[in-house]
Design a protein around this ligand. Structure first.
Ligand code: ADP
Ligand code: F6P
Length: 326
């Protein structure tokens, strides 16, 4: 089947840079002679037929904006056979020959299912968590790290003037990549991540006490969302630190501020390159693949293989962070 029209959708949690990716897909496709349709609200738009034509100007003025102009959603219906059939009917009805799916690994699974039923899909990694196994980088990660760093810098100012301890939760329900990078960048005394089991006494309180002995008076503890009870652990940790050390402590959950904002250079450029790479595959009729970033190169992988890859947490970097934050 020759590829004439492609669809593009964003799915799962949004990430800064998704708009830049949508723009790249639209512009690259049109430059290559394809027509493009925007599928709204993730896979829900495919099921409900919420699909609109996109031209070169439809994606003007979005490269610098967070969020996604296509909206995003989690679509439980798409996982059902009935939902999938509706999606396939709409692909036929709207003349969609292939789809670029921008999202996380859940979205990749949907793209695999659609590809297997005859609509070639290409996945683009979009999540602030950087937790997709096949790629070293996901669109949105750099912006989220920089936002988290800036927010914690602000907390540091007030922690410093009050000689307090600031315990901060950053996003990452299943992954500590964002917490590790942010923790290093802000000089956190402890960084707690879901990949490493922690002991409050040894990994937090003792480290604070040791630093206190050499004159340190304010402290930052970075905690990934996926550690302990989500959105509560930081409050327990802050209370425990105060009781054990006498240092006044405050807890902050950064939350969804990390998901918004103007994408950084890295996210805009990565999204542009990946969006273009996806179209160059689709135009050849190639589907069931995802775009990945490995060894400083944009590559692509079979979706099934991408989903079965393992991504290891960087324990060496984690150890380094502990060595230099004493
Ligand atoms: P993310 O893509 O960020 O990981 P989700 O896990 O919420 O986010 O997945 C986004 C959407 O992808 C889901 O709402 C669903 O429509 C689709 N999806 C997720 N998992 C599967 C699956 N196992 N099979 C088919 N579709 C899936
Ligand atoms: O996957 C991105 C992410 O921001 C995670 O870090 C976080 O756990 C989750 O999404 C929050 O999801 P929601 O937007 O549904 O609150």
């Amino acid at each position: 089947m020759s590829m004439k029209t492609i669809g593009v959708l964003t799915s799962g949690g949004d990430a800064p840079g998704m708009n830049a990716a949508v723009r790249a897909v639209v512009r690259s496709a049109i430059s290559t002679g394809l027509k493009v349709k925007g599928i709204m609200r993730g896979y829900n738009g495919l099921i409900d037929g919420e699909i609109t034509d996109l031209d070169v100007r439809s994606v003007s003025d979005i490269i610098h904006r967070g969020g996604t102009i296509l909206y995003t959603a989690r679509s439980p219906e798409f996982k059902t056979e009935a939902g999938m059939q509706k999606a396939l009917e709409n692909c036929k009805k709207f003349g969609i020959d292939g789809v670029v799916v921008i999202g996380g690994d859940g979205s990749y699974r949907g793209a695999r299912d659609l590809s297997l039923r005859g609509v070639p899909c290409i996945g683009l990694p979009g999540t602030i968590d950087n937790d997709i196994s096949s790629t070293e980088y996901t669109i949105g990660f750099d912006t989220a790290m920089n936002t988290a760093m800036e927010m914690v810098d602000r907390l540091r100012d007030t922690a410093q003037s009050h000689e307090r301890c600031s315990v901060v939760e950053v996003m990452g329900r299943h992954a500590g990549y964002l917490a590790l990078q942010t923790g290093i960048a802000v000089g956190a005394t402890s960084i707690l991540v879901p990949e490493v089991e922690y002991n409050l006494q040894a990994d937090v309180i003792d480290r604070i006490r040791t630093a206190q002995k050499t004159g340190k008076k304010h402290f930052i503890i970075v905690v990934a969302e996926g550690v302990g009870t989500i959105h509560e652990e930081v409050f327990h940790i802050a209370q425990a630190i105060e009781e054990a050390t006498g240092i006044e402590s405050r807890a902050t959950v950064l939350g969804h501020v990390q998901r918004g904002g103007r994408p950084t250079v890295r996210d805009r450029v990565m999204a542009s390159e990946m969006g273009d790479a996806a179209v160059q595959l689709l135009v050849q009729g190639i589907g069931n693949r995802v775009i990945s970033y490995r060894n400083s190169q944009i590559v692509n992988d079979d979706i099934y293989e991408a989903l079965s890859m393992q991504k290891s947490f960087d324990f060496d970097t984690y150890q380094m962070a502990l060595r230099i934050s004493i």
